[in-house]
Write a protein that binds this ligand. Structure first.
Ligand SMILES: *Cc1c(COP(=O)(O)O)cnc(C)c1O
Length: 433
């Protein structure tokens, strides 16, 4: 299987090359040359999550150096569960797909661990170390640091906007040391992203470092995410003989794009609903057919504060026909006030606490249940509420218990330096002897 850029038609690259390069040379995103179709019975032999992942991803790895190791890579990446938990007391059948049981308690752990497991095999004999530069608005940096910490083939450099992430996110970004260097940048997330982009074009850095990225446009983060949608939809269709619909909290559209891929590959998935916050680029596109990227606005669901969702380029390349897209993909936006109401009321109604991102999906479900309550809905819980305790606890009126992996990270000392928001400041730090 080869992968091509969303922009210019060129010779395709292999899965390994696509993961190592991150972005296509023309600035586009890698997409599969054609989408393989899988039939239900390829999953019968290994119905657990890691087995489903390996069976689903096998066609993409065909002929690639990673192919012989695919099962082992999936066992490493999917070494924690993605439980499908029924929501008792709801107006109809609804399940919560909990993606927050990994080391940093957000769904990004799956993709980050998959990329790390792939690069471990591709790079362990390389003569140079990779330097993976990550600009993060909160969750990506922690997941990448956790996945690569202690791996000798890579150094990780994290840039996050000082004071603009939640206190527990800041702790998860800065508690690593060793091969992880964390900078609290005196600027915004946009500054962090600009510095990272400039660094990739800098000739002096290119001589000293082999720079790479592990952000959500990397195909190695996207593909494995299709596995939990496959696994969840198979559970429900086997038990009930019908396809579930999914509601996915969305920002850069990486998570939802994986659900679209799983559906296009033939998995039993019905409608896909994209839940967004007050950033309206996605809803405008799906509902009105206009593509109107704009600066992001800050909301309670900060990991979804994206004004120019990068994976939209993949969605539009794979589904150029907007009418076909709108036959089964819908979008709805949710305000901060609606996020607060959902967290408060669902706690009272169901005894479940949502993180602010998950709450957008829970709100959208409420609305859909008014007319479509008898269908089976799955809404995706993207992070554990304890990561956003400063928002959630005042709304539910009690402390959110901290899961063990987060507890451990919170107990470690912080190791970070502050950085001016310029490329020169970063170069000074990196090029110190
Ligand atoms: C990153 C993130 C999202 C948004 O996911 P995309 O793939 O960017 O659409 C939603 N919720 C949480 C908790 C996240 O960390």
């Amino acid at each position: 299987m080869k992968f091509v850029s969303t922009r210019t038609a060129r010779r395709g690259v292999s899965l390994s090359e696509a993961i190592t390069q991150g972005l296509a040379p023309d600035g586009g995103l890698f997409i599969p040359e054609e989408l393989p179709h899988v039939s239900g019975n390829v999953f019968d032999a290994h119905p657990e999550l890691a087995g489903v992942a390996a069976a689903l991803l096998r066609p993409f790895a065909e002929g690639d150096p990673l192919e012989p190791d695919l099962e082992e890579i999936c066992r490493e990446a999917f070494n924690f569960p993605a439980p499908l938990v029924p929501l008792a007391g709801a107006p109809g059948p609804v399940s919560v797909l909990e993606l927050f049981h990994g080391p940093t308690c957000a769904f990004k752990d799956f993709g980050a661990r998959f990329v790390a497991a792939c690069l471990q095999r591709l790079r362990s004999n390389a003569s140079r170390k990779l330097t993976i530069l990550v600009a993060t608005s909160g969750d990506t940096g922690g997941a990448v640091a956790a996945a690569f910490h202690g791996r000798p083939f890579a150094d990780i450099v994290l840039l996050y906007p000082k004071g603009l992430v939640s206190p527990r996110q800041a702790q998860q970004l800065s508690c690593w040391g060793d091969n992880v260097t964390t900078f609290a940048v005196r600027g915004t997330f946009d500054d962090c992203q600009r510095i990272a982009k400039e660094a990739f074009r800098d000739a002096e850095l290119a001589r000293g470092f082999e720079l790479s990225s592990a952000n959500s446009i990397n195909l190695g983060r996207l593909l494995p995410q299709a596995a939990y949608y496959a696994w969840a939809s198979l559970q429900i269709s086997r038990a009930e003989g019908r396809k579930p619909n999914f509601i996915v909290p969305s920002g850069n559209l990486g998570n939802a794009m994986a659900c679209v891929l799983a559906r296009e590959m033939g998995l039993p998935i019905g409608d896909i609903v994209l839940a967004t916050n007050a950033n309206l680029t996605i809803t405008d596109y799906v509902n009105e057919g206009v593509w109107r990227p704009r600066p992001s606005v800050a909301t309670l669901a900060s990991a979804m504060d994206v004004g120019n969702p990068s994976n939209m380029e993949r969605l539009r390349a794979l589904m150029p026909d907007i009418e076909r897209l709108r036959s089964h993909i819908f979008a709805a936006h949710v305000s901060d006030e609606e996020i607060r109401t959902t967290i408060r009321e669902d706690w009272q109604r169901y005894g479940r606490a949502w993180c602010p991102h998950t709450a957008t999906a829970a709100w959208v479900y409420r609305d859909l249940a008014r007319t479509r309550a008898d269908e089976h809905w799955v809404f995706v819980a993207t992070a554990h509420p304890a990561k956003f305790n400063e928002i959630v606890e005042p709304l539910i009126g009690e402390p959110v218990p901290v899961p063990a992996p987060l507890q451990r990270l919170l107990s470690l000392p912080r190791q970070e330096s502050e950085l001016d928001a310029t490329l020169d400041a970063l170069k000074m730090e990196l090029m110190l002897p």
